[in-house]
Design a protein around this ligand. Structure first.
Ligand code: APR
Ligand code: PHB
Length: 392
């Protein structure tokens, strides 16, 4: 087998890269170790930056997003019993976010890929990239018990944080930066109409909570918990009780309740690996960086990476120029570190760490108070939250 770009991983990064390469007439093969159903049903975040929405729309995969996505011009920050609205669109010249589940994005991109007839293989095993310093790298894998070799010009490592691509880079060529947080998120989906048109991020004495949604019938809620919280200790009534306490505000607002149909705990970390390239292997998305979910940046960073990478490949194949490929890592790291800073800031401002001192809590509240009363501070939050324009 021979292709131009071997893409490892069919998450948002790998699928969008395959789509962008297809539009430029560049061949790719996508290899995914999980099943199609698993990839589509995996529940993840759901906030799309303006740049992600624009990319999907301008490349022909935005029809359902336009119909079903929920555009939000603002968000609320809640503390001391009050909700404060930040009008992001007004502060950023009309930019906004759109609520649309990551699994919906993945579904739309899989449909688009299947329509092109280009290869997308699920449930492949033992995926191993090698000969990365040669002109023709090889990706070996198994499928239905048979061994295969895929020859290519480049390998795109879009295989997420636990993928294989980062691990085949010699450790002397990589530097990793990491921070773990002493808390996680317990997230639920419930059959309940959203009781607010926009998200509510709450800093409460009992810990952080977040109100979000997926559709006019489905509410998405999170509460701060221990990183290794045992879900068995969280019957539905305890979850609602905790959410009610952390989210209700003095104006009488609180989330609507309904049947909980999905529950999960996720830990939180910040992680960056530098550089994002080794010879003919390019890392994109979670394979290269992880952010805590508070800033809703993970999916959007992945989209910005593959947008830049697709432009660089196109430049290479059309004009035999390598400037874009050479600049890929530095430009990606600049965006990544900005998103890291923002996600870390949102996380530390809104959560209560187990060892928080009284001083730290007062400082947090002062920061929130400043934020909601200063146009300059709100603008800074807004432009980061809706996302910087994508570069290419
Ligand atoms: N071989 C083939 N596929 C692999 C391998 C492997 N060895 N290891 C992992 N994969 C697949 C995973 O099953 C997954 O489908 O790679 C894909 C990686 O997808 P994601 O983890 O979704 O990562 P990415 O595409 O970078 O998406 C960005 O942003 O919102 C955040 O973390 C969230 O997934 C999201 C990410
Ligand atoms: C979500 O809806 O899943 C969501 C929203 C905002 C975040 C993170 C996740 O910051």
């Amino acid at each position: 087998m021979r292709t131009q770009v071997a893409i490892i991983g069919a998450g948002p990064a790998g699928l969008m890269l395959g789509h962008l390469l297809h539009l430029r007439g560049i061949d790719s093969v996508i290899l995914e170790n999980r099943s199609r159903d698993y990839v589509i049903e995996r529940v993840r975040a759901g906030v799309l930056e303006q740049g992600t929405v624009d990319l999907m729309t301008s490349t022909g995969v935005g029809d359902r997003l336009r119909r079903e996505g929920m555009r939000h011009d603002g968000i609320h920050l809640a503390f001391n019993g009050r909700r404060h609205r930040i009008d992001m669109a007004e502060l950023t010249g009309g930019r906004a976010i759109t609520i649309y589940g990551q699994n919906e994005v993945v579904k739309d991109l899989i449909d688009a890929r299947l329509e092109t007839g280009r290869p997308l293989h699920f449930e492949v095993g033992s995926v191993t990239p090698s000969r990365l310093t040669d002109d023709t790298p090889v990706v070996s894998f198994t499928q239905d018990g048979e061994q295969h070799e895929l020859l290519c010009d480049f390998v795109a490592g879009c295989d997420g944080f636990h993928g294989v691509c980062r691990t085949v880079i010699p450790s002397s060529h990589l530097t990793a930066y990491e921070r773990e947080y002493p808390f996680g998120w317990l997230g639920i989906l419930a059959h309940a109409a959203p009781s607010s048109d926009e998200l509510v991020y709450s800093n409460h004495p009992r810990g952080f909570a977040l109100f979000s949604m997926r559709s006019p019938q489905v509410t998405r809620l999170y509460l701060q918990c221990a990183p290794d919280e045992n879900l068995d200790e969280w019957p539905d009534e305890r979850i609602w009780d905790e959410l009610r306490q952390r989210l209700s505000t003095d104006d009488g607002w609180r989330p609507n309740e309904g049947e909980i149909f999905q529950k999960a705990v996720t830990g939180m970390r910040s992680f960056v690996v530098e550089p994002m390239r080794f010879e003919r292997l390019f890392l994109a998305g979670d394979a290269a960086h992880i952010v805590p979910p508070t800033g809703a940046k993970g999916l959007n960073l992945a989209m910005a990476d593959v947008n830049r990478l697709a432009h660089a490949f196109a430049e290479f194949y059309q004009s035999n120029r390598e400037d874009g490929l050479d600049a890929y890592s530095d430009r990606g790291l600049r965006r990544t570190w900005r998103a890291q800073r923002f996600s870390w800031w949102m996380t530390t401002m809104l959560h209560r760490p187990p060892d928080e001192s009284a001083f730290d809590h007062k400082r947090q509240l002062a920061e929130l108070d400043y934020l909601v009363s200063s146009r300059a501070a709100m603008t800074s939050l807004a432009e980061n939250y809706v996302g910087m324009p994508f570069d290419d």
